[in-house]
Design a protein around this ligand. Sequence first.
Ligand code: PAF
Length: 286
Amino acid sequence: MSGAPKTIVTVAELRTIIALWRGHGDKIALVPTMGALHEGHLSLVRLAKKNADKVVVSIFVNPAQFAPHEDLATYPRDEAGDMEKLQALGTDLVFAPAGTEMYPPDFSTHIEVTELTNGLCGRSRPHFFGGVATVVAKLFLQCLPDMAIFGEKDYQQLLVIRRMARDLDIPVNVLGGPIIRERDGLAMSSRNAYLTKDERARAPLLFKTVTRIAKALSQDGEISEHIQSGRAALADAGFDVDYLEVRNADDLTPLAGSVAEPARVFAAALLGKTRLIDNVAVPEKK
Ligand code: PAF
């Protein structure tokens, strides 16, 4: 097995290595992460390995995407575990910049993607997508990869990043990787570590609910009816529902009535102190 992936902390080092690879004609993939890597992240690294010659994984807990009341200070961190997992997958390079490398004290630029960010997570986390778009634009420009890979668990984030890259003419192919789930259906997330034993046992109901709604809508039925019963089931199990909605899968336009276009069911809810999100595609009507 090869050794631990080389880890670098400066943009200058990143650019030097990327230039070397480019000189050899290598195709480069970037997998941006905030660390505390789980099987969901690792599936993105595998996808990157399949599609590119060299894979860079960035690890940076981005303060700009956390509101002051959110969990920046307690966000799970596991540097040693992350390196072991990345080594096992044959990751070529880890970019783990310090906060000051990414944001010098007089940092003054902010990227805001409109429209796509109006609802869903954008409503209850108004700071979030601006912070994500800004850091991902920086990572794209620092690394200039051929492709970058993001999980579909944060489906709205994936569309926002794709739009940002297109709007700013950043020539990066933005790819989505499917959601990886625990055996009981819970979408993998670094924040699942916050769940108590009792909450963990109830958490799969979020996936069960969005799946049940998606199946029902693929057969028949009114969106509002299914949403209402889904909300009630989640509330009964102690979830504090932020949103449960059906939206167009391509541009996130809210849908009502019956489904007649590519659609997804989106949910976010607090279970105790943990915010869980999930989404599934509505299967095409037969
Ligand atoms: O999905 C994440 O982990 C983060 O939002 C990202 C894309 C790495 C930006 O900080």
